[in-house]
Design a protein around this ligand. Sequence first.
Ligand SMILES: [Zn+2]
Length: 76
Amino acid sequence: MGLVRLLFWIALIAAAFWLWRRLFRKNPGKPRATEVPMVRCAHCGVHVPQNKALQASGQWYCSQAHLERGRQPGGH
Ligand SMILES: [Zn+2]
């Protein structure tokens, strides 16, 4: 019975293909942005994630340049 075997193989290949597609499409949810609190740069006022901000004397800064500028007394 060659036809039965042929149908069997077609079904098997189709199932394997379906399974393979399922595995590759498996993408549970989008990568969620980690919830990092936003802080405000004490120099320019821009909001930056806390893990990217720089802290100096209780103030947050968006970059090293602003940190240094912000720390200068009376400097602008
Ligand atoms: Zn800044």
